[in-house]
Design a binder for this molecule. Structure first.
Ligand SMILES: [Zn+2]
Ligand SMILES: [Zn+2]
Ligand SMILES: [Zn+2]
Length: 131
C-alpha cells in the first residue's frame, strides 16, 4: 500500500507538517511525524485493513434488507484475487454490511456484470478489428 496514492490523504500535507487526512489537516504537534493524534493513526489502520468490526459498528444491519443474521462484509467494488490484504480498497466507504443471503445475490450480480463488461470489451475490440 502506497500512502501517497491514497485518495483520502493529501500527499503534500507532510511538507506543511499537517495531518494528511483530507478532512483533518490539523498542524502536527511537536514530536508527531505523520498523524496529528493517535486517533488519526488508528483511523488509517481501520480504513486500510479489512475491518469487519468497524463495518459492524457502522452499519449494524444488512444495508439491503435490514436483516441481522449471518452478517458479512461486501466490497462494493468487487475484489479480485486475494481480497483481504491491507490497502485502499478497504476504505470504509467502499465496504457495506450484508446478510449472507443478500451477499450471495450481490456477489452473483457483480460477477455477472463483470462478465458482461468483459464480453462488451471483447466485442468492441473485434468490431474495431473489422473496421
Ligand atoms: Zn488528524
Ligand atoms: Zn440482507
Ligand atoms: Zn487509502
Amino acid at each position: 500500500m502506497r500512502m501517497e496514492t491514497c485518495p483520502l490523504l493529501d500527499p503534500s500535507a507532510a511538507s506543511r507538517r499537517e495531518c494528511p487526512w483530507r478532512d483533518c489537516r490539523k498542524p502536527l504537534p511537536r514530536l508527531r511525524r505523520r498523524w496529528c493524534s493517535d486517533a488519526c493513526g488508528l483511523r488509517f489502520g481501520i480504513e486500510h485493513d479489512f475491518s469487519r468490526e468497524a463495518i459492524l459498528q457502522r452499519d449494524k444491519v444488512c444495508v439491503r434488507c435490514g436483516g441481522t443474521e449471518h452478517m458479512e462484509v461486501n466490497h462494493k467494488v468487487p475484489r479480485e484475487g486475494r481480497g483481504y490484504n491491507s490497502g485502499c480498497y478497504n476504505h470504509l466507504e467502499g465496504l457495506e454490511l450484508l446478510c449472507r443471503a443478500c451477499h450471495v445475490v450481490t456477489t452473483t450480480m457483480q460477477r455477472k456484470w463483470q462478465r458482461l463488461a468483459a464480453a462488451a470489451q471483447r466485442c468492441g475490440e473485434n468490431t474495431a478489428r473489422l473496421l
